[in-house]
Design a protein around this ligand. Sequence first.
Ligand SMILES: Nc1nc2c(c(=O)[nH]1)N[C@H]1C(S)=C(S)[C@@H](COP(=O)(O)OP(=O)(O)OC[C@H]3O[C@@H](n4cnc5c(=O)[nH]c(N)nc54)[C@H](O)[C@@H]3O)O[C@H]1N2
Ligand SMILES: Nc1nc2c(c(=O)[nH]1)N[C@H]1C(S)=C(S)[C@@H](COP(=O)(O)OP(=O)(O)OC[C@H]3O[C@@H](n4cnc5c(=O)[nH]c(N)nc54)[C@H](O)[C@@H]3O)O[C@H]1N2
Ligand SMILES: [Mo]
Length: 784
Amino acid sequence: MAEQPTNPTGTQESAGGPPPAPHPTSSGPAKSSVGLHGITESARYSLAEMGPRRSLQTLLSVNHVDGFDCPSCAWGDPDPDHRKIAEFCENGAKAVAWEATRKRVDAAFFAEHSIADLSERDGHWLESQGRLAHPMHLAPGATHYVPITWQDALAITADRLRGLADPDRAVFYTSGRTSNEAAFLYQLLARRFGTNNLPDCSNMCHESSGAALTETLGVGKGLVSYSDITDHADLIIIVGQNPGTCHPRMLTALEQAKRRGARIIAANPLPEAAFGRFHNPQTPRGLVGPGTKLADRYLPVRVGGDLALFAGLNRVLIDREDAGPGSTLDHDFINRYCEGFEAAAAAWRALDWSRIETLSGLSRRRIEDCAADVLAAGSVIVCWAMGLTQHRNAVATIREIVNFLLLRGNVGRPGAGPAPIRGHSNVQGDRTMGIWEQMPDAFLDSLRDEFGFDPPRAHGLDTVDSIRAMRDGKVDVFIGLGGNFASATPDTEVTEAALANCDLTVHIATKLNRSHLCHGTEALLLPCLGRTERDQQASGEQFVTVEDTMAMVHASRGRLLPGSPHLRSEVAIVAGLGHALFGDALGWRAMRDDYAVIRRHIEHVVPGFHAFEQRIRQPGGFMLPRAPRDSRTFPTATGTAHFTVNPPTAPEVPQGHLLLTTVRSHDQFNTTVYGLDDRYRGIKGGRRVVFLNRDDLRDLRLRDGDLVDLVSVNPDGERRAPGFRAVRYPTPRGCAAAYYPETNVLVALDSTAETSNTPATKSIVIRVEPAASTARRTSRRATA
Ligand SMILES: Nc1nc2c(c(=O)[nH]1)N[C@H]1C(S)=C(S)[C@@H](COP(=O)(O)OP(=O)(O)OC[C@H]3O[C@@H](n4cnc5c(=O)[nH]c(N)nc54)[C@H](O)[C@@H]3O)O[C@H]1N2
Ligand SMILES: Nc1nc2c(c(=O)[nH]1)N[C@H]1C(S)=C(S)[C@@H](COP(=O)(O)OP(=O)(O)OC[C@H]3O[C@@H](n4cnc5c(=O)[nH]c(N)nc54)[C@H](O)[C@@H]3O)O[C@H]1N2
Ligand SMILES: [Mo]
C-alpha cells in the first residue's frame, strides 16, 4: 500500500499524523483547456494507480461498443462510426484508474485501523487506500470492522429488515453509478419489502430539472441528442455548468459545433477554462495550434441570478414582438402546442429592468446583446447543470428557460431544446428504472402486473427527508447502493448524527469513505464489482446497461479480473438480499444468474424498452423515446406545453455578507478527491480555499492568502467551516465560491429548493471572518 499524506487538505481535520501540508497557492484562472497537459495528467494518474499493462488494457476499452461505459460523467457518445481509439477524457481516466487501482483495503487493513482511527482521516486518504476487498461487519459496541461471510451479511440484513415494525422504517439510497439492472432489482426489493423510501443522489442533483421539465413539457429529461449539438444547433447557451472539468468530452462536441459556425454563450459567475480556447487532445492541430475559442460571449452572472437573466431575455423577446408583431415569436408553435402564453407575456411586460440588472448582475445592454444572438439563431439549445439546480429558486429558473425555448419554438426540432447535462454516468437510467421516491402509478401498476404483488403507493422519503427521519428516530435501517451519503448531503454534523442514530447501516461500495464510519449500532460493508471488472455469473459473463444524458441506452462490459475473489456484483448482492428476505418467489436466483432475465422484466415494466435484448446488442445501443422531442406531443395533464409565470428572485444577502456557491475542482469526482490541485482555476496543493472578488477582499480588510473562517447564517443558527485561504478571483461582486464537500457543514438541512427539495448548496449566505485561531494566520501571499 503506497504511503499517503494523512493530512492532504492542510487543515486541522486530522488530529494525528504529520504537520499540515503547506498552504495552497493560486495563479488565477486558466484561459484554455485540455491540450497536452490533459494527456500527461491522464497518463500520470493511470500509471500510478494501475501500472502500464492494466492502464492500456483498461483505457482502450472505455466507451467502446464492446467495452465498458466510463464510470465518470453522463455525457453521451458519438455514434459508433465516429469513435476514436481513445474515447475518454482526462477525468474519465482518473475515474477509471481510481477504480482499477491495485491497492486493497482488506481484512488486515481493518484489523490495523479502528473506526476511531479511521474517523480521524479525511475522505481523500480513506479512498486512496484502495478497493474494498472483503465483506465486513461491525458488531454493536465493537471498535473494528471484522470479516464476515456473504451468507451471514445478507442474513443479518434480512433479519433486521424483517424485524422492523413498519417497512417505512428502512431507507434504500442509490448513487448514480449503479447499472439499470441493479437499479431495477433494488427498487423491486424496496417495493416488495413495502416502502417507496428510495432517496438517491438525483435528489441533490437534477431533481429541480426533472420537476420543472415534467411540469412544463411532460417529460423530466433533456430533449436533445448528440447530433443536435454537433450538427444542428445555431446557438448553444451553457449556464451553470463547468464542462471542462465535469463533462470534458462535451468540449469535443462543442468544438465540432463551432467548426460549422454555431455560436456559444456561457453564463457563469466563474470564468471557467472551458469558455476559453480548447486544445483538442485527439487532433494534432489541437495540440500545437491556437485551439478553438469556444464561448463567443461570457456573462458573469451573479450567483443565483439566472432566473433574472432569463426573465430579462424573455422580456427583450416580448418587447421586440410588441414592436413588430410577427417578427420574433413562433406563433404557430405557441398557438398549436402551448398554453399560458398571455399570462407570462403580461408578467414580462411588467418587469422592472433595474431589478433584473441588480439580481442578475448583468446590464440591460449585455442581455440585449445576448438576445440579438438568439434572434439570429434558427435553433437554440440551453445546457445546464448544478449551477442552476441547487438554489432555492432552481425550479422557477428552469421553468423560465423552458419559457425562453417555447417562445421561438425551440422544442421538438433538430438542434433545439432543453439539455440538463446529467452528472453520474447512470443517474438518468436509475430514474428510468424506478429509483424515485415518487414513481407514478402507471409504473407501479406495471410492476404489480409483472411480479404479482401490490407495491406501496404512498410517496417515500427523498434524501433530505430521509435525513430528517433518521435524525428523529423514525428510521432504523439505512442501506446505500453506492455513494457517500454522509459527505454528499448537507448539514454534515446533522447527517452524520442521523446515520449514527440507525440500528443498522449497510453500504454496498467499491471504496472506503466517510459514510462507512458514520455507522449505526451495527454496520455492514459489502464490497462490489466496478464497471471495469468482469462479471461472471452461472450463465456466463454478463454485461449491464446504462442510459446517458441524451437518453441513449447502451451496454457496458468490464474487462479486468475482479479486484478480489470476494467481490460480488451489485446485481448479485441485491438479488441475494431479495432471496434472503423473501425466498425465491420472484425469481431472484434466475435474475442473478442471467441478467437477460432482468432485462426481460424491464422490457415488460418500463416504457421504451421493447425488444431490449436485441436492441441492446446493436452497436451504440438505442435511444429512448421522448414524446416532446419525437413528435411535439406533451404528456402533461392538459396535453400541452405550459408557459409559466416566474417572478425574478434571488437569495437575500444582508449587508456585510456574501453569497457562497460550492463547486467541484478538476481533481475530484463528487466526494472522491483524486488530488489537491485545480489546474484550471490555478490552485495547487490544497482544497480549503475560498474564491473572493478583489473589492470584497478589500472591504473585508483581507489580503489574498489570508486564513479565514466561513460562517453561514441560517434561520436556525450559524454554522462554521474553519481554516480557508482567501484567494483573489474574478467572481462577481458579493459572490464567493469554495469546494464541496468541505463546505457542506455550512448548509442548513432546511435550506432547499422550492418544489424539488434539493439542498440549496449553491446559495449559502456567509460571513467571512479572520480565522478564529490567529496562531494559524499568515499574511504570506499565495504566489503564482
Ligand atoms: N470530473 C468530474 N466530473 C463530474 C463530477 C465531478 O465531481 N468531477 N460530478 C458529476 C456530477 S454528479 C455532476 S451533477 C456534474 C456536475 O457538473 P457541474 O454542474 O458543471 O459541476 P459544479 O462544479 O457543481 O459546477 C457548477 C458550475 O456552475 C457554476 N455556478 C455556480 N453557481 C452558479 C450560479 O448561481 N449560476 C450560474 N450560472 N453558474 C453557477 C460554477 O462556477 C461551475 O462552473 O458533473 C459530473 N461529472
Ligand atoms: N455542497 C454541495 N453538495 C453536493 C453537490 C454540490 O454541488 N455541492 N452535488 C450533489 C450532487 S450533484 C451529487 S450527484 C451528490 C453525489 O452523491 P453520491 O453519489 O452519494 O456521492 P459520490 O461521491 O459520487 O460517491 C462516491 C462513492 O461511491 C462508491 N462507488 C464508486 N463506484 C461505485 C460502484 O460502481 N458501485 C458502488 N456500489 N459504489 C461505488 C465509492 O465507495 C465512493 O466512495 O452530491 C451532492 N452534494
Ligand atoms: Mo450529480
